[in-house]
Write a protein that binds this ligand. Sequence first.
Ligand code: AN7
Length: 418
Amino acid sequence: MTEEDFQAECIGCGNKYSPDKTPYVCDVCGDLLEIKYDCRRIADQLSKLGWTSRSLGVWRYSELLPIQDSKEIVTLNEGGTSLYHCRKLGFKLGLKNLFVKNEGENPTGSFKDRGMTVGVTEALRIGAKAVTCASTGNTASSLAAYAARAGIPCVVVIPSGKIALGKLAQAMMYGAKVISVRGNFDEALELVMESCDQLGFYLLNSVNPYRIEGQKTAAFEICEQLGSPPETLIIPVGNAGNISAYWKGFKEFLSVGLSKELPRMIGIQAVGASPIVNAFKRHSEAIEPVQSPETVATAIRIGHPISWKKALRAIRESKGVAESVTDAEILYAQKLLARDEGLFVEPASAASIAGLIRLKDQGEIDPNETVVCVTTGHGLKDPETAIKSCEEVVEIGRSVEELADSLKVPMKMPATQA
Ligand code: AN7
């Protein structure tokens, strides 16, 4: 791809930036940036290329990625994750065409790897002396891995005591410098955004438009795996970069002539951290940040999502909805998906399934529509929460009769019945 093929554009004032001078946010109005392509030219290019023989994954779509010199791609073979047809869970919920896009299958166990392969490749291209992010866990573990692969020093800032242990172990093992702040994610992000320029560190939170570019490839993959876009996509929302990325991906696939429809975008937040859902339900143009966000799904324990404007636009443009779910609903959905389909996802990811259950009950989802739920991170990221949610403690000294109930083997619905 050459420089003229894309540029960054402010989503607020429309100011344009050449790829070599792209700040994180607009110099003029401070709003977020978005990478724009000459889609007609790319469509023409794709029609002459044998790109469909490339394997499924982020770099299959290199014509739609903003990397100018593809000689030094920092990759761990991200993307190409499975799309499972969940017949048993679908049967239980009264849905014929329920699919799960399982992003926990990425190399560090979350969707963040799609963004990091592009973001860290760009960091290497511009000669960044270090990379940094604030994180509820997965961004930190993914950045740490890609920085290690690129040979760039990495500093991650996390809310002290509030990230899942698997994620912390990963960031440490990959050799990142881990800084815990006494505060929440929103405060950690503010600190990193204020200090990265001064320190000369390259910022890899999703405010960085290169991250979004990598993440949008999951939408491309879904279109190809299903043969067309789903009617409805349900996705957990925290800092709101991923839902924005998917919507951009679905729109671009249409613009380059590779699909003919657009899905409805449904964003799910936890009740205790739901500023976007609140704004959606109030028909408000802006969010009101949640000061002390709280949820068992620590990945999405975010009160002031940086990409709220892109997310609200995605939901409204696509005629979708935003809904919130309780911690109990999240933990129930996590178990259901594991036990009915063999997919162990982290609590934040199960929010998409919990949201589906709630919206199906409300009559918002039709039994015949094709629904894709995105599960964003692997269950092993947060073993503590999983164990707490499944553990059955038996008191010593109880009689065999008293124990009989605990020892009953749960009945399973055979797959062939569904
Ligand atoms: C499993 O790691 O924000 O709405 O700092 O780890 O794009 O923020 C994680 C977010 C959903 C929400 N599911 O995605 C971080 C971080 C999982 C996540 C989200 C996250 P966005």
